[in-house]
Structure formats: structure tokens, C-alpha cells
Ligand binder design. Structure first.
Ligand SMILES: *[C@@H]1O[C@H](CO)[C@@H](O)[C@H](O)[C@H]1NC(C)=O
Ligand SMILES: *[C@@H]1O[C@H](CO)[C@@H](O)[C@H](O)[C@H]1NC(C)=O
Ligand SMILES: *[C@@H]1O[C@H](CO)[C@@H](O)[C@H](O)[C@H]1NC(C)=O
Ligand SMILES: *[C@@H]1O[C@H](CO)[C@@H](O)[C@H](O)[C@H]1NC(C)=O
Length: 862
């Protein structure tokens, strides 16, 4: 939960120094109210602010939500008037969004911001003395993992809030067995402010720190509330099943305990192509070693490595005896990278090996067979057409084994990995290329390493039930839970019998269980706060989630049908899904609907989604450089003043071989009035030494040099070029997006000025996405900042410009005088740009950049 405000206006010179009033805005109340009934969570975030200043002020409401949640409502209330959010089909809403952006109005939108979260942002201008209340509602079905249901709430008010509260009320008809609550920001002092109680069916958690308890230190105005607040609980299970029937809908929770573990047959298929070299292969080895420690003696396993060729460790699956595990450890330590990406060959070898093991009765009949494939790139040896690979793999697996695809980093075709996994009863997961990648891999293995049952089927009488969610599952994993929901054909039916089947380690599981609505009603007796028709909403949530998942792998008419069905449900139950958007009408101009909430899907909308955030390093305009500092939600900026014709090194990475240089141009003629000449980037050169690629971009043309081959385009082209390791998309007269082998992407924005402008000429801006895909050794004017920088602002004081206060900044152990200012981000609006606030470092970035700026002057573009 974050509400970010422009706080630097509170200068030390102001005589009235109220610590809660920041930029004239006081957030006097923030409440997070969460009600969970039978795993279904309904959360309402309410934030109230008042403009204590004497002019109009912008208030930003900025919240991070779990990716698995759907927003269901949003409203703003200003001086007693409520402006509701309206959920619409995406296309209709998008037109309004584009209209708003083209007018330079700020828009609210959801963007992917973290591994587990999405950001929702809305801003509004309110009059002096006015109050605004934001209210956001979202819902989610809590999943059981490792024996617990977990709910997390992002907390980041960014200022002290008089009345801050998190309240979680849980109602579980089965009875609660344990309840935990913790916060990543909770210190010993704060620990006893978390109140939690549970008895029988009800659990309650509350966290309500007083103003002084929110301070980072006795007299500090900074808030300690910054991180994840997590609630975990589990329920009683006298029987594996809990059936609940309310108002013509039912939900069935199935989680047997105390079953013997099924032996498993695991094949690890590991990408060892060249792009895995360095940290990725190191982390993979580390994770595999840890995983080997967890393999049980009854299990069978093997490793298949694919680079240009396919290598197997053993010819067949082998039993996990201590000796074999020791040998496997030696093998894993010796894994090294080579060549290209023969993903197809690797997977097919794995399937053949499992087939042989089953046919030759090498592995037990009652066992679970799992393929775990890890890759960081796209197939380019053997069969490389992803649709063909999908078809062959599906045909070869025939539903016998589950396939899990792990996509390491951003160079993968995640869409393809996800489709292929879903078609084979598994799932795909992205491994984020961070220092904890090995832990992420190991964590994923833990989730799937304890199958208890295979081929689980929950059968309900067909003539009584319609709109059933998925009811057959390849595996049931220890510590998880299977959930099925449906609707009775006869709305008044209040009795249900279900036939449960599965294959366990020793024998088949088969029984019938039943429930009637009266029993459910009895179980719900003490529940005062059932919200609406929660089982119906739970059913709608689950159905939507499954329709959207099925849609990923579907094509043609089937996909259209799934889309139509999912859209209907989203609109009917008011869920913001990838098919819908929420439009918020702002009060300044009632006719002008100019806010929007979009749910981004993995791999899509990312460009739009990150458009308004300073999370990207770039330069643009009179060459100004901007360096995001995500941990401060802020940025540092600087200019380089050099003569036209100078070439500056912006990025150089000896490991990936990527270099980016830029050549300055000036105005058409020197401006006599100012001493400093305005300069812009007029030519950008991007080279990849290892791919033998060079890209030269000017405001007139775009040239790709691939060895001796040369291809040229102009800005009037609208094309996508895909070659080995490179994807280039030119958006006519706007921008181009270049992605390189390692996963890093560059966006070059074209700025066109009026042809007969007496002074200015066309120029370019560069934005770097996924800069963490470059190595730690990356340097250059921009590149040196890709691996993080932090700063501390010590004191604010009035500067020479009354609108821009100065401050003392501690950065890289140096003390610098900086000025609060704005730089433009031109990606969404190339004409006007969007203002990004930043701390400006004077004198060509002196003190901030390594060395002096002239160190970065190079003799030519390449
Ligand atoms: C959305 O929230 C507003 C404000 O609380 C409320 O008036 C409205 O009824 C809600 N809409 C729905 C569909 O729940
Ligand atoms: C807090 O501020 C007050 C008033 O300025 C001062 O007297 C007091 O010593 C400060 N306390 C600490 C712990 O800095
Ligand atoms: C799509 O829906 C139409 C109309 O309900 C139906 O006739 C058709 O068979 C469906 N197609 C597929 C592939 O499910
Ligand atoms: C700039 O100065 C030059 C030389 O002094 C002069 O010829 C020119 O007209 C001036 N240009 C402007 C725009 O004032």
C-alpha cells in the first residue's frame, strides 16, 4: 500500500513544520480491511487525505496488489461527491485512456511492479482545504502451499499517518488451527502492536501503530512502515473434504493428510547454451545441489543437458541411492555451458527416457513422473519453431507426465513455455535473474517434490451440476489443496454427493462424501460478516482464473469462445482482468474519463505498464541523464555539456559485449545569449561484439550491420526484424525497440521538431529496459548505474530558484549540493513528455559519475 506524495516542498525554512503535512497534503487515515471467508479474501483499502496548503495539490493513490487478485471496485470521494470506477471491456476503455494520454493528462493504471505484485495508481488534483477519500476493493482466493494459506499486504504509506490500521478477519467453517502474522518491517518494538487471536472458526489480526510508533527514530518524520505484512493460517481437517453449499452454488475443498508419499521419477532438463554462462549456470548448479539433498531414496532421477547437442548424465533413470546422489553431485558441479539452444532435443530425450522407464518396468507402477525444464533462451537448434515443438511434445507426452517449464530471465519466450506447460498438465514459472535465483529454483522444486496422489478426480452428479470448474488433476501435492466449485441446475437443491478418486502410493483412493446446505448453514451460524454471495463470487473467481489460463494455450474459435465467456464473467462480477479495464472519471472535467486500471498479463502491456515509472535508466532531450533509485522511489539526474560532434560512451559491458555510444548534435546555429550550447543526441550506435551486430540510429534512418551485411530502414517504416539474438521493432515515426540476446532492451525515441524551426533539429532519446541483464562489469555514463546506487538527502534549503529547493546529498560517500527538479520521460508522449521528479547533480554529474565526464569521450561511434 503506498501513497506517494511530493514531499520536498516542506523546507526547513518553513516556520510551521507539521510532520504529518507533506507538500501540503496530510493523509490522516489509512485502513486496510480484509475479510476472509472460506479462503476467499475481500480486501478494502481506504485512504483519506486533506489538502492543508493554500493552492491546488495533486494527491497520488498508489497501491501494490498481489498478481493473483482481481480489483473489483474503486471510488474517489471529494468533498462528499463520489466518483466511481466503471469496469468496461478493455478495447472501449483503452480508447479513452489513449485520449487522456494524448491530452497529457495523468492516468491511473495498474502496472506489473514486483514479482508478486501489480501497482495501481490514480492521481487527482484537489482544491485547498478539500478532502479526498480513495477506496479500492480487490478479491482473491488464497491458495494453500506448504500447509498454509497465505495472504500478504504491501505496506508503504511514505508518511506518518495519524490513523493507520490493518484489520484482518478470518472465518473458516472448518475451524482454524493456527494463525501467524508478521511484517518485514516489524522491529522488536512493533512486534507487540500486532494483535492476533483465534478461536474455533474465527481469527482476527490487527495492526494499529500510533503516530510515534511509525517513526524511524524519536524525532524523525520518516515512516518505518515499508514492506510486506503477511498473514498465514491453516484449518482443521478431520476429513479430507469440506463441502459448502450456499444459495445454489457449492465449493469443495479437498486436502487429504497423512497419505504415504508417492515415489517420483524426475527428469531435470537443463539449458547449458552459451547465454547461461556466468551467474545463471552458477546459480543453477547451486540449486541442483540443494535439490539433490532433498531427493528421497525411493525416487528415480536423471539429468539431461542441452546446448547445441543433447547430453544425458545416465542412459536411464536411476534410483536415488546415497552413492548415486554423490555421483550426481560431482556431475552437477561439472556442468558447464556450450553452444546454442536445442530445447526440442532435450525435452524429447526426457520423454523417451520416461517412456522407456515405464515400459521396462524400471520405475514403480505407482509413482509420479515429472519433467522439470529450465531454459533462459529461445530454441534455435533442431526444431526451433515453437508451435511445432509444442505439437510434438504434446503428442509424445500424451498426458502421462507433467511438464514444468522454468524460464530464467527475460530472454525466454515465456508465452511459449507457458502454453507448452499448460498443455501438459504442468505450469510455467519465471525465475527472476537476481541474487536469489538459486533459492527461487529450489523453492519451486519444494512445491512439486511431494506428490501424494496422481490422477485425482472429483466427480459430481452430471445431471445436477452445471458450470463446474476443473475437477481432474494430475497430481495432488502435500501441503496444497484442490478446490472445485459449481452451480446447481436446480437453484433450490441443497444436497450434494461427490465421488473422490485418486491413485496413492500403496492403493487407489475411492470414496463418496456428501453435504447438505443445512449443515453448511449450521457451520456458518456464527458468521456475522459474510459478504454477499461469497461462494458464488468464489466460483466466478475460480472459473475466470481457469478460463484465462485455458485461453493461453487455445487458438482460433476455441480462443474466441473462451475470451467471450471470460469477458462476460468479468463484466458480470465486476473483476478487472486482462480483458477489462476500469475507467475512473476525474472531477476536473466530468465528461472526460481519464483514469484507467488495466490488469497486465505476463509479457504484454509491459511497455505501457512501465511507461510512467522512473524504473528505467535513460537520457533524453538536451542530453539529460536520469538514474532511477527504486528503493527510494526517486531518481537522480544530470546533464553533460559538450560540443556538438562529441561521442560519449553510454554503456559498455565486456561480458555480454554490448556497447552503446551517442554522438551530440547542437542547435541549427549557436545561440548567442547563453554561454552553454544546447545539445542533443543525433546519432546512437549500439554494438554487440559477440553477435557481430551493429545498429546505427539517426533521426533519418536506422541501419543494421550484421558482419558484412547491411540492412537499412527509415522512420517511415513499421516493421519487426527478427534475427539471431536480436529483435528490432520500428514504430513508424515514434520509436524503436531493440532486444538483444542477453535480454536487455533499448527503446530509442524519435523527437521530430517542426521542419522549418529556426533553431532546433530532430534528435533521439534512449531508454534501457531490463538493464539488470547486463553484467556487473557494465560501465559508461549510464551503464555504471545499472547495478544500483543509493543516496541520502540530509537537509533541504532554499535554492536560487524559489520553486526548486536545494539539498545536501550523500552519495558514494561524497557530499554534493543537488537541486530538486524534473526531467521528461517522453516514451508515452513524445511531444510533451511526462515529468519525472529527480535530484539534479550539477557540473556534468561531478561526484556522481566515476571519474570526470571527459573520461567518457570516445573517438567514434564504434
Ligand atoms: C463501489 O464502491 C462504492 C464506494 O464505496 C460503493 O458506493 C459502490 O456500491 C461499490 N460498487 C460495488 C459494485 O460494490
Ligand atoms: C527532539 O526534538 C526536541 C525539540 O526540538 C529536542 O528538544 C529533543 O532533544 C529531540 N529529541 C531527540 C531524541 O533528538
Ligand atoms: C464456440 O461457440 C459456438 C457458439 O456457442 C459453438 O457453436 C462452437 O462449437 C464453439 N466452438 C468451440 C471450438 O468451442
Ligand atoms: C550571433 O552572433 C554573431 C556574431 O557576433 C552574429 O553575426 C549573429 O547575428 C548573432 N546571432 C543571433 C541569433 O543573435
Amino acid at each position: 500500500m503506498q501513497v506517494s506524495l511530493l514531499w520536498w516542498y516542506v523546507t526547513a525554512s518553513s516556520s510551521f513544520f507539521d510532520l504529518q503535512v507533506v507538500n501540503g497534503i496530510e493523509i490522516y487515515s489509512m485502513k486496510i480491511d480484509s475479510k476472509v471467508t472460506s479462503r476467499f479474501a475481500h480486501n478494502v483499502i481506504t485512504s483519506r487525505a486533506v489538502n492543508r496548503g493554500n493552492v491546488h495539490k495533486e494527491v497520488v493513490f498508489d497501491v501494490e496488489l498481489p498478481k493473483t487478485a482481481f480489483i473489483t471496485n474503486f471510488s474517489m470521494t471529494i468533498d462528499g461527491v463520489t466518483y466511481p470506477g466503471i469496469i468496461k471491456e478493455k478495447e472501449a476503455a483503452k480508447k479513452q485512456y489513449e485520449k487522456a494520454v494524448s491530452k497529457g493528462q495523468t492516468a491511473g493504471l495498474v502496472k506489473a511492479s514486483g514479482r508478486k505484485t501489480e501497482k495501481f495508481t490514480v492521481s487527482v488534483n484537489i482544491k485547498a482545504g478539500s478532502k479526498v477519500t480513495f477506496e479500492l476493493t480487490y478479491e482473491e482466493l488464497l491458495k494453500r502451499q506448504f500447509g498454509k494459506y497465505e495472504m500478504f499486504i504491501k505496506v508503504k504509506p511514505k508518511q506518518l499517518v495519524k490513523d493507520f490500521e490493518i484489520a484482518v478477519n478470518i472465518f473458516e467453517p472448518q475451524g482454524i488451527t493456527e494463525l501467524e502474522a508478521e511484517g518485514t518491517f516489524i522491529t522488536n518494538d512493533l512486534q507487540n502492536i500486532i494483535k492476533k487471536t483465534f478461536s474455533e472458526k474465527k481469527g482476527h489480526v490487527s495492526f494499529k501503530p500510533a503516530l510515534d510508533q511509525q517513526r524511524t527514530c524519536a524525532n524523525c518524520s520518516q515512516s518505518v512502515l515499508d514492506g510486506d505484512f503477511t498473514v498465514r493460517y491453516d484449518v482443521k481437517r478431520p476429513t479430507p473434504d469440506s463441502l459448502q453449499i450456499v444459495n445454489g452454488y457449492f465449493v469443495h475443498f479437498f486436502a487429504p493428510t497423512n497419505l504415504p508419499k508417492l515415489p517420483k521419477n524426475v527428469i531435470f532438463i537443463i539449458d547449458i547454451s552459451g547465454s547461461m554462462s556466468g551467474r545463471e549456470i552458477q546459480q543453477t548448479r547451486e540449486a541442483l545441489l540443494k535439490i539433490l539433498d532433498d531427493i528421497k531414496e525411493d525416487d528415480f532421477f536423471n539429468f539431461i543437458l542441452f546446448g547445441s547437442d543433447v547430453h544425458t548424465w545416465k542412459e536411464t533413470l536411476i534410483k536415488a541411492t546415497p552413492e548415486n546422489l554423490d555421483e550426481a553431485r560431482k556431475f552437477v558441479r561439472s556442468i558447464d555451458t556450450e553452444g546454442m539452444t536445442n530445447l526440442y532435443g532435450g525435452i524429447m530425450r526426457g520423454i523417451d527416457m520416461l517412456n522407456d522407464a515405464h515400459e521396462g518396468k524400471l520405475v514403480p507402477k505407482r509413482s509420479a513422473s515429472i519433467i522439470i525444464m529450465l531454459t533462459d533462451g529461445q530454441p534455435n537448434v533442431g526444431i526451433s519453431n515453437t508451435q511445432d515443438i509444442q505439437a510434438h511434445v504434446k503428442k509424445a507426452i500424451e498426458g502421462k507426465y507433467t511438464l514444468y517449464n522454468l524460464g530464467f530471465g527475460y530472454g525466454v519466450d515465456y508465452n511459449f513455455l507457458e502454453k507448452m506447460a499448460l498443455e501438459n498438465k504442468g505450469l510455467a514459472r519465471r525465475i527472476y535473474p537476481d541474487s536469489d535465483a538459486a533459492l527461487q529454483l529450489q523453492g519451486f522444486y519444494d512445491e512439486v517434490s511431494n506428490p501424494m496422489l496422481t490422477d485425482v478426480e472429483l466427480n459430481y452428479p452430471e445431471n445436477e451440476i452445471s458450470d463446474l470448474t476443473k475437477n481432474s488433476f494430475k497430481h495432488f501435492y502435500d501441503g496444497s489443496e484442490i478446490v472445485v466449485a459449481g452451480r446447481f441446475i436446480d437453484n433450490n437443491q441443497n444436497y450434494l454427493a461427490v465421488d473422490v478418486r485418486g491413485e496413492g502410493a500403496n492403493d487407489a483412493l475411492s470414496y463418496t462424501t456428501h453435504q447438505d446446505a443445512e449443515q453448511t448453514a449450521k457451520a456458518f451460524q456464527e458468521q456475522e460478516y459474510i459478504f454477499g454471495e461469497y461462494i458464488e463470487r468464489l466460483w466466478a473467481y475460480l472459473t475466470l482464473e481457469q478460463l484465462l489460463e485455458k485461453r493461453i494455450a487455445a487458438t482460433g474459435e476455441e480462443k474466441e469462445n473462451l475470451t467471450a465467456e471470460a469477458l462476460d464473467l468479468s463484466l458480470k462480477y465486476k473483476f478487472v482482468t486482462p480483458l477489462t479495464s476500469m475507467v475512473v472519471t476525474k472531477p476536473e472535467d466530468y465528461d472526460n474519463q481519464d483514469g484507467i486500471a488495466d490488469k497486465p498479463t505476463e509479457g504484454k502491456w509491459v511497455f505501457l505498464s512501465t511507461a510512467l515509472s522512473p524504473e528505467t535508466s535513460y537520457f533524453d532531450g538536451d542530453p539529460h541523464f536520469i538514474v532511477p533509485v527504486p528503493q527510494k522511489d526517486d531518481a537522480i539526474c544530470f546533464n553533460i555539456n559538450e560540443n556538438p560532434g562529441t561521442v560519449l560512451n553510454l554503456i559498455s559491458d565486456p561480458v555480454t559485449g554490448i556497447t552503446v555510444n551517442g554522438e551530440l548534435i547542437g542547435d541549427k546555429r549557436a545561440n548567442n545569449d547563453t554561454k552553454i550550447q544546447n545539445t542533443y543526441f543525433g546519432k546512437i550506435g549500439i554494438a554487440n561484439k559477440y553477435l557481430h551486430l551493429q545498429l546505427i540510429v539517426t533521426p533519418e534512418k536506422i541501419t543494421i550491420k550484421n558482419g558484412n551485411e547491411k540492412t537499412g530502414f527509415t522512420w517511415l517504416d513499421s516493421v519487426t526484424v527478427q534475427q539471431d539474438g536480436l529483435t528490432l521493432t520500428i514504430n513508424r515515426e515514434k520509436n524503436l525497440v531493440l532486444s538483444m540476446g542477453s535480454g536487455v532492451s533499448f527503446v530509442i525515441v524519435l523527437h521530430q521538431v517542426w521542419k522549418k524551426h529556426p533553431l532546433h533539429q530532430d534528435f533521439l532519446g534512449l531508454y534501457v529496459l531490463e538493464s539488470d541483464k547486463l553484467s556487473e562489469q557494465t560501465h559508461g555514463l549510464l551503464g555504471q548505474f545499472f547495478h544500483g546506487i543509493d543516496f541520502t538527502i540530509l537537509e533541504l534549503h532554499p535554492g536560487s530558484d524559489p520553486k526548486k529547493p536545494d539539498a545536501t546529498m550523500i552519495v558514494k560517500n561524497k557530499e554534493l549540493t543537488v537541486t530538486r527538479g524534473w526531467q521528461k520521460d517522453y516514451r508515452t508522449d513524445p511531444k510533451h513528455g511526462v515529468d519525472i521528479p529527480c535530484w539534479f547533480v550539477h557540473n556534468n554529474g561531478a561526484g556522481l559519475i566515476d571519474g570526470v565526464h571527459t573520461d567518457y569521450i570516445v573517438s567514434s561511434l564504434f
